[in-house]
Design a protein. Structure first.
Length: 283
């Protein structure tokens, strides 16, 4: 694909306090946008009015109820060369707010994804990474010593949540090599360097690939976002079965328990019901 013709997706975190706390860069981004996908268009217009920001952007609603439906159209805008800004209400897009679907779609289509500068590299890197950000843990800087760092990474091998790390450029390649050894060389990760600055770099690859990249290019402030441990085949079913067994043992009916646990864990109901029947008959 000719990426020179595509647009740009910008995630715009909005103030959690008064509109007067909006940064000049946020106001410029909203003014220059071609399309603004707003979680609440009324609140966005209030923000524009209170910050005296004028924009010619097409403003569309983009919230949990229509996010899946609106994403394809916004992706078309991006592929046509538009600058699309996602603005949520008092917070950061993607982080428990709309935006994750569009970030994923943009990444798949090789559309650049960035963010309005903010006070924290943690939520910014998480939001632009394209990795799951409904649950995450912040690890910051790991120990400088090789032994303690490897031990901490070994402890994180079973962590199911997305993880966010900081690392100094002169230790980056060593950190990534240790992470690849502990978490697996194919574990998905995103390296974010100099976020929101003119020379911003966002590299999405495996830990092994990022290690090779860092051996040649490590420099600048870096945040690394690493995917949590993938669920192993059958593991979700085993956990769900354990919950079902406990509740049946407490006297609850099998059918209703299976329905509730399937909804809770994401395991298919029919698969869970068959496994629960087999486990009950085996006792």
């Amino acid at each position: 694909m000719d990426t020179s013709a595509v647009g740009r997706l910008v995630l715009a975190g909005t103030p959690i306090g008064a509109a007067s706390q909006a940064s000049p860069e946020l106001c410029r981004t909203l003014a220059d946008a071609d399309v603004i996908a707003a979680e609440d268009t009324r609140l966005l217009r209030t923000l524009l009015a209170r910050t005296q920001t004028q924009t010619q952007a097409r403003i569309v609603s983009y919230f949990e109820g229509n996010e899946a439906e609106r994403t394809p159209g916004l992706l078309e805008d991006l592929l046509a060369g538009a600058t699309v800004v996602v603005a949520t209400d008092a917070g950061m897009p993607s982080v428990s707010d709309p935006g994750f679907r569009l970030v994923g779609a943009a990444i798949q289509a090789s559309v650049p994804v960035t963010s309005v500068p903010g006070p924290s590299a943690v939520t910014t890197a998480l939001a632009v990474s394209g990795l799951p950000c409904d649950r995450f843990c912040f690890e910051g800087f790991l120990p400088r010593g090789s032994g303690p760092r490897k031990r901490r990474l070994a402890e994180l091998a079973a962590e199911p949540r997305t993880m966010v790390f900081f690392e100094a450029p002169h230790r980056l390649a060593e950190f990534l090599a240790d992470a690849a050894a502990a978490l697996g060389p194919e574990r998905r990760a995103v390296l974010c360097r100099e976020l929101t600055k003119p020379w911003e770099d966002i590299i999405r690859a495996s830990l092994e690939e990022l290690t090779r990249w860092a051996e040649r290019h490590a420099r600048g402030e870096t945040t690394i976002v690493v995917a949590g441990r993938p669920e192993r085949a059958g593991e979700g079913l085993a956990d769900a079965l354990e919950i079902v067994a406990e509740r049946i043992g407490a006297g609850e009916p099998l059918s209703s328990v299976v329905s509730e646990v399937a909804a809770l864990t994401g395991v298919r109901r029919k698969e869970l019901y068959r496994a629960a029947l087999a486990a009950r008959d085996a006792r």
